[in-house]
Design a protein around this ligand. Structure first.
Ligand code: LLP
Length: 411
């Protein structure tokens, strides 16, 4: 997707200079071809399995992209009222919607009971009790899945590990058994599935193998109680560092797929990053390069407001200057916000760009825009989709009206 041609960077064979013409920077740009390739890779791994992909909307909530995914027969995993409304607007069928997250409010649960999603994933005993109150009063059935916390170490950044017993998510297996016994013949709560998501940005197969092996017998034992599907979560990592360390698909196919096939139930796979992460870049402009006696700072118009992963997780995002240089220097790439943590890269080897050159920040398709903010009253960037050689604006850049629309001036 990204390569230099005649010393200028090209994305899907179009120069970034050309792509950026008449566009305010920074902006997000997604490649439809790359999304399709990623989906195809997943399909190849799951060939022969009865499965369904549920896209983790939290990784990217652009409605046009959701629509493209829907057209590829992909459903959505949602975690909030906002994502729920987005899914409805795009027209996802209730059967294509899985509801995740903890702390679901009574109002939200009640709306979900009307909508009848494929499953509400239950995160705790307290949550199923909450849901019980609602369905008993309304005398309406609802399908749920019980989220298990299998207590396995996903070997990833601690902020994005979810399946350890010290993490806030899911229910330990013993308590889950108790819940399933209790609600097994409930008139309105129908336990149709089990769910386990152990973390995000995993680059090894072993944690999945451990988690599914640990819960395998439990899954089989629930078949006679009417279990219909197992939601195996998401979390497949991507090669942010561009050093060939990508998710080992072949190994997954050899070691995990047989376990899943053996369960012989419908499998739901909740991927976000693997589908959209490397399909998106953040195109920024270099304002200038600041030299100090200690360091060189490349100052861009992208910031922690447009991409927070480097500041929040020390996340690495590879960067390409618009023009290929012969030498590199160690630099910090920083944004313009009033915060030391507004740093996109530290001590990075980069060929020094000129002011006004573009700088392309890679692998920003997942948890990029969706985690952006208005810090310092920054405008969120525009998003564009490159499809069939055409570039289309799929969300405009915010302007001051978006930021002040709550403010009524009564003069
Ligand atoms: N399913 C559940 C229940 C999840 O909580 C998540 C992500 C996913 C699926 C999708 O995971 P993925 O396939 O995208 O790894 N903001 C962090 C990532 C947080 C992930 C939260 N849950 C980041 O920027 O790295």
């Amino acid at each position: 997707m990204i390569q230099y041609k005649n010393k200028e960077l090209h994305l899907d064979n179009i120069s970034v200079g050309q792509l950026s013409k008449d566009k305010a920077t920074p902006f997000y740009l997604y490649s439809f071809d790359q999304i399709k390739k990623n989906v195809k890779m997943v399909q190849e791994v799951f060939e022969g399995v009865n499965y369904h992909i549920s896209f983790a909307t939290k990784s990217n909530n652009n409605l046009y992209l959701l629509e493209e995914l829907k057209n590829m027969n992909i459903g959505v995993d949602i975690v909030s009222k906002g994502e729920f409304e987005a899914a409805k607007l795009v027209g996802f069928h209730n059967d294509e919607v899985i509801v995740n997250g903890n702390g679901k409010t009574l109002e939200f649960l009640s709306e979900l009971v009307d909508f009848q999603p494929k499953a509400i994933n239950i995160d705790s005993k307290e949550e199923i009790e909450r849901l019980e109150q609602i369905v008993n009063t309304r005398q309406k059935e609802v399908s749920v899945a019980i989220r298990i916390n299998p207590d396995v170490d996903p070997v990833t950044h601690p902020y994005i590990s979810t399946g350890l017993k010290k993490n806030k998510f899911g229910i330990d297996m013993d308590s889950a058994k108790g819940i399933i016994e209790k609600y097994n013949s409930h008139p309105y709560i129908k336990i149709k599935g089990l769910h386990l998501h152990i973390g995000s940005q995993l680059l090894s197969v072993s944690p999945y193998e451990d988690a599914y092996q640990k819960t395998h017998e439990f899954m089989l034992s629930l078949k006679e109680h009417g279990l219909e599907f197992v939601n195996i979560g998401g979390g497949w990592g991507i090669d942010y560092e561009k050093n060939g360390n990508s998710f080992p698909l072949d190994e997954y196919k050899d070691r995990v797929i047989p376990i899943l096939k053996n369960i012989n139930l419908e499998i739901i796979l909740e991927l976000g990053r693997f589908i959209i992460g490397n399909a998106g870049v953040l195109v920024s402009k270099v304002e200038y390069v600041k030299e100090t006696p200690y360091k060189t700072f490349v100052v861009t118009d992208a910031s922690m407001a447009s991409l927070i992963r480097p500041s929040l997780y020390n996340g690495y995002h590879h960067m390409y200057p618009q023009f290929e240089g012969d030498n590199t220097e160690k630099v910090d790439v920083v944004g313009p916000l009033c915060e030391t943590g507004d740093r996109l890269a530290e001590d990075r080897d980069l060929s020094i760009p000129n002011h006004d050159d573009l700088l392309v920040i890679c692998d920003a398709g997942a948890y990029g825009y969706s985690m952006s903010s208005n810090y310092n009253f920054s405008f969120r960037p525009a998003e564009y989709l490159l499809k069939d050689g055409e570039i289309k604006e799929i969300r405009p850049r915010e302007d001051i009206n978006d930021l002040v629309k709550y403010y009524k001036v009564n003069k």
